[in-house]
Every structure is written in C-alpha cells, then in structure tokens.
Write a protein that binds this ligand. Structure first.
Ligand SMILES: Nc1ncnc2c1ncn2[C@@H]1O[C@H](COP(=O)(O)OP(=O)(O)O)[C@@H](O)[C@H]1O
Ligand SMILES: [Mg+2]
Length: 237
C-alpha cells in the first residue's frame, strides 16, 4: 500500500518578471514502511517538496495523498490537525524550544494531539530512552551537543506515532562522526514503528541506508541509478 502518492505536483515562485518552476509535474509513490532518500543539487526544490507534502506550503496544482487522503484539498484548520497527527518533521537546525526542557520538547508533540498528563510524560520519557537520552530528561536543550539535540528532535517527531516522517537534511549541521551516530537512530526507530521516511540529504552514507533514492531534477523526481533493486528488496521485506 502506498502511504504517499504525489501526482503532477507543480510549484512556481516569481522572481521579478520571471517565473521559476521549482516543481514541474513531479510524481512519486512511496510504500508504507519504506525509507526513501531524496537527493538533488542545492536549489532543486527539495525543501519546497517537503513543505508541500506537509502542507506548510500550497501547491499551484497537483495532489499529495497521504494514507489515502488528498491533503492538498484540506483547508485550515483540518490541514494543521492532519499534519500534527500524521506527520513528523526533523529539521537541519533541530528547531527545539529553548524555554522547555528535553522531555517537555518531546511531550509538546503529544499535547498538541490531545495526549496529556501522566500518559504524555510516560510516552515522552520512553521515547527519549529509546534514542539514548533517558538520563537527560529534565536538562536544558541548549546544554546538549548537536547530535543529542537531533536525537531529541527525532524523538519529538515520532512520539505521536505519525504515518510519515519528513526529514530535511537531518545530518546537514552535524560533523561526520556525529552524523554516523544519529543516522542509525533515525532509521531504526522509524522502521521499528513501521513509519514511512522521506529524508532529504546530501549525505551519501545516509542515502545508502535508504531503501530507495529519488533525485529531484528539473522539477521532477527520478529514480536514482541502482535504486530499483534496493527498492525491491525493501518491498520484499
Ligand atoms: N518562499 C519562496 N519564495 C521565493 N522563492 C523560493 C521560496 N522558497 C523556495 N524558493 C526558491 O525555490 C528554489 C528551490 O528552493 P528549495 O526548495 O529551498 O531548494 P533545496 O531545498 O533543494 O535547496 C530556489 O531557487 C529558491 O530560491
Ligand atoms: Mg533545502
């Protein structure tokens, strides 16, 4: 079953008198539980694509279906509610809230979905233990290293059990050694939950860990070379 179906997706930006077609009838299918890396040169539209999938940005035309639901047809506030419940997001620069402690940052994703009190605290703590931060629950987020902050962000993105995890260059702000520690966490936790992962990256190690690689080029998504066979392996798993 496809968890994500992108059809004929278009998004242009006006640059003075010129119109820049960033996405030009992009199509893609991603199966449930699949981990897909999206590569492409800087400015090719990778972040734009993720923002359209999550509903933060709106397409000019085309559709994005998540779990059989056309999210491009949703209007506010349903769009925001759908995003909060079904999608997790990991950013390059972590985007943690410095006024909240580690556990509160994660718990917020549950509270926004109506899960509160002891259950919310227990689930946040369990999630942070899973990413190896069970002993830092009530520390300040800015006392953590970059790798630790990104693990908090991964816990926050998955604690509410979303269908789809979107990650935009999650190792882009980490040194190579730290990236090597964060990557397995991202993949193993996403797979353990059966969530679908779409991760934008420049990191070749990260792309190799994915089931399939899509390249964004000239506004469209292309199956990257060598990616078919690994995709079939994933589908057969
Ligand atoms: N809100 C915006 N307004 C105008 N241009 C934008 C906007 N967002 C993105 N762009 C343009 O769209 C192109 C793709 O940007 P982006 O999706 O950030 O690329 P990538 O993430 O692949 O580096 C760039 O040329 C960028 O300048
Ligand atoms: Mg980007």
């Amino acid at each position: 079953m496809n968890v994500l179906i992108i059809r004929q997706l278009c998004r242009s930006f006006r640059e003075g008198v010129r119109v820049h077609r960033v996405l030009d009838q992009a199509d893609a299918h991603v199966a449930g539980g699949e981990a897909v890396a999206v590569i492409g040169r800087s400015g090719s539209g990778k972040s734009t694509l993720l923002n359209l999938i999550s509903g933060i940005d709106r397409a000019d035309s085309g559709t994005v279906e998540i779990d059989g639901r056309d999210v491009t047809a949703l209007i506010e506030p349903q769009r925001t509610l759908f995003r909060r419940a079904r999608i997790g997001f990991v950013y390059q620069f972590f985007n943690l809230l410095p006024t909240l402690d580690v556990e509160e940052n994660v718990r917020l994703a549950l509270e926004l979905n109506g899960v509160r009190g002891a259950e919310a605290r227990q689930r946040s703590a369990a999630m942070l233990t899973e990413v190896g931060l069970g002993d830092r629950l009530h520390g300040a987020v800015d006392a953590l290293s970059g790798g630790e902050q990104q693990r908090v962000a991964i816990a926050r993105a998955l604690v509410h059990e979303p269908t789809l995890l979107l990650a935009d260059e999650p190792t882009g702000n980490l040194d190579e050694e730290t990236a090597q520690q964060v990557l397995p966490v991202l993949f193993s936790i996403t797979r353990a939950r059966g969530a679908t992962l779409l991760v934008v990256t420049h990191d070749e190690a990260l792309a190799r860990s994915a089931d399939r690689v899509l390249e964004l080029r000239d506004g469209q998504l292309h199956e990257a070379a060598d990616s078919h066979s690994s995709g079939r392996r994933a589908a057969a798993r």
